[in-house]
Design a protein around this ligand. Structure first.
Ligand SMILES: [Zn+2]
Ligand SMILES: [Zn+2]
Length: 253
């Protein structure tokens, strides 16, 4: 419950702060569990937004991941040089997940005040049903299913196209060939371009978008946080949180 309260507070405050953005770049966002939980909390709990869906959209998620996609694409496109970090080091998070760090801090719980008219218990119950997140995943599964990281996907047994690898599995294959680095960077920029239209569509002035844009944030999240949650939601509509993605243990150094 404390976790949901921290995430709700994070979405509506911390993430818009400039110094927090820099920390989020270094740590590549949140750990996989909190990255997906953050998206789910926003999608489930945001009511009465602009755009066709009137809320239940990942607005702050797309703002954050536009920034992170550009950061990683720029890093991967850099030339190797003796003076700088190797270009594929950009795939390795530096620093802890903010939510994990906050949860571990003895001072913070109790100081954070929930947003909106938030009764934490009610918020937790609502986020746990994942109705809107499941709808997003099912509506777009036809587009993203072929773009799942082959090493995250139990059905591909790791034999798929390496360009589709998520950040974590890509980092495990370092050092990366230069061609692969540029191909991945191009793929991330392509996702980002679609996601910009999606972000616009959630504002008062933005045009409506189609499935290609709607699936973009799931692809961005899949890259940074792995594909466990969408695969789970699209195949098995169960109750409660899925198992945390195991790659979280690797975060932070
Ligand atoms: Zn975390
Ligand atoms: Zn993966």
């Amino acid at each position: 419950m404390e976790e949901v309260r921290q995430l709700w507070s994070f979405i509506h405050g911390d993430i818009m702060d400039g110094s927090m953005r820099r920390l989020l770049r270094a740590s590549l966002g949140l750990c996989p569990r909190h990255a997906w939980a953050y998206a789910v909390v926003e999608v489930e709990l945001w009511q009465a937004g602009a755009g066709a869906r009137g809320g239940h959209q990942p607005f702050d998620v797309t703002i954050l991941y536009e920034d992170l996609l550009e950061h990683v694409a720029d890093g991967l496109d850099q030339k190797s040089s003796l003076l700088h970090r190797h270009p594929d080091d950009v795939l390795v998070p530096v620093g802890p997940c903010r939510i994990c760090a906050d949860m571990a801090s003895p001072d913070l719980p109790g100081l954070r005040i929930g947003y909106a008219n938030s009764n934490t218990e009610a918020l937790t119950a609502e986020a746990n049903t994942l109705v809107h997140s499941t709808t997003w995943c099912l509506e777009t599964v036809g587009l993203w299913r072929e773009r799942v990281c082959p090493d995250c996907d139990p059905s591909s047994e790791g034999t798929g196209d390496p360009v589709l690898l998520c950040c974590y599995h890509l980092a495990k294959r370092r050092p990366l060939a230069e061609d692969l680095r540029h191909e991945v960077a191009a793929r991330l920029r392509e996702i980002r371009a679609r996601m910009r239209h999606l972000t616009d569509s959630m504002t008062d002035h933005g045009a409506a978008v189609g499935a290609a844009e709607n699936t973009s944030w799931i692809e961005a999240m899949g890259f940074f946080a792995g594909w466990g949650l969408p695969l789970y939601l699209a195949t098995d509509v169960g109750e409660g949180w899925p198992e945390p993605h195991s790659q979280g243990a690797e975060q932070g150094e």
